[in-house]
Design a protein around this ligand. Structure first.
Ligand code: FAD
Length: 319
């Protein structure tokens, strides 16, 4: 039961998410006693490098139709590759691309799908069971996928990236693709720091900041760390910060290595978008704030005292 991993590249380069899904695919293949191969689409640098994370081979589909993101074309490319190679388990990242494609792929391949898995599947006597997050990450569900072909998407930071091999060969694959239905005319990155979905370091502020005029303490720490700034929903709703900074169930879901939350209570809707962060640091003056339960490190104190001291400590450490 070959495992095919879609390793997404941004501007030709792989991010940590691609290494995570290949690690996951390799572990899944080991549990199934099969091989894990990776699929890349378009021009990608050092595609064979995915072998370091356990892919035994890398396939690449390049065609003018793949120049911009069109979900129909990407679905056809991944489904076509899976059919040609006889892959029965297809793995994607649970990022915006993966969320867009998982259901489409499952429909195209007549497969059972489990979006948002958090752990390597348990393979037992022909049963294939995955653990996925439900109720905004408050609970897990173990789901057996009953169909021959299975499509899963992996939540970021759910498993550590592991190196288990060395670079492998890359083979071109030709897949019949439909004409794109949309055309990306241009893309423009927001200036400054890394966009939230890709950020490794995030400093976030909530209503405890009291008003937009106080955001200097958040920006100063973010600048010192080289981090991206974020906020809770009421902060964006009150126009203290732009809406693209709002994280949570109805905002951006993030998976940074470090999430520092100041003056945020930790409501379930906020946690839903940030609880896949590797390390969570909470600064809140209320020792009963629910966010402390989800924190790896907590500081009970006034953020207007704690944040400047933290910023100074970071600057000192870096100098
Ligand atoms: P508050 O709950 O007011 O908390 C402020 C915190 O700051 C308190 O814990 C307080 O102790 C602390 N504080 C105050 N002063 C200081 C100080 N000087 N120093 C240190 N700490 C201080 N919210 C989101 O964030 N994202 C979402 O995507 C989202 N989606 C939602 C969807 C739905 C359908 C609903 C109903 C709600 C949603 N919410 C979302 C809102 C959510 O329920 C909370 O109301 C919101 O997260 C609270 O924001 P907050 O923590 O900034 O503010």
């Amino acid at each position: 039961m070959m495992v095919l991993v879609f390793a997404e590249a941004t501007n030709g380069k792989f991010k940590k998410a691609a290494h995570e899904v290949v690690t996951y695919g390799a572990k899944t293949a080991a549990a199934l006693g099969s091989d894990c191969v990776a699929l890349t689409l378009g021009n990608v640098e050092d595609a064979g490098d995915l072998g370091r994370f356990g892919a035994t081979k890398v396939y690449n589909v390049s065609a003018p139709e793949l120049a911009g993101f069109d979900s129909g074309v990407f679905t056809a490319a991944i489904a076509g590759a899976a059919q040609q190679l006889g892959a029965k388990v297809i793995v994607l990242s649970h990022n915006s691309t993966g969320k867009n494609l998982t259901g489409r792929l499952a429909a195209r391949l007549d497969a059972g799908s489990a979006p948002g898995v958090k752990a390597v599947p348990v393979v037992d006597g022909g049963k294939f069971t995955v653990r996925k997050a439900v109720f905004s990450g408050k609970a897990f569900a173990d789901v057996e996928i009953l169909t021959d072909t299975k499509v899963v998407s992996l939540v970021g930071n759910s498993i550590p990236v592991e190196e288990s091999g060395s670079a492998v060969g890359v083979e071109s694959l030709t897949v019949e693709l439909p004409a794109p239905k949309v055309k990306v005319l241009s893309t423009k990155r927001a200036e400054g720091t890394t966009p939230l979905p890709e950020a490794e370091l995030v400093v976030s502020g909530g209503r405890g900041l009291k008003g937009p005029e106080n955001w200097g303490v958040i920006n100063d720490l973010a600048d010192a760390l080289g981090a991206t700034t974020a906020c809770s929903r009421p902060v964006a709703d009150s126009d203290w910060r732009p809406h693209h900074e709002h994280v949570g169930q109805t905002g951006v879901a993030i998976h940074p290595n470090l999430y520092i939350a100041a003056g945020i209570s930790g409501a379930i809707q906020h946690l839903a978008g940030v609880n896949s962060s590797k390390t969570i640091v909470v600064i809140n003056k209320d020792p009963e704030a629910p966010f402390f339960k989800a924190a790896d490190y907590g500081v009970v104190g006034d953020l207007f005292e704690v944040l400047p001291r933290l910023t100074e400590a970071v600057k000192k450490f870096k100098s």
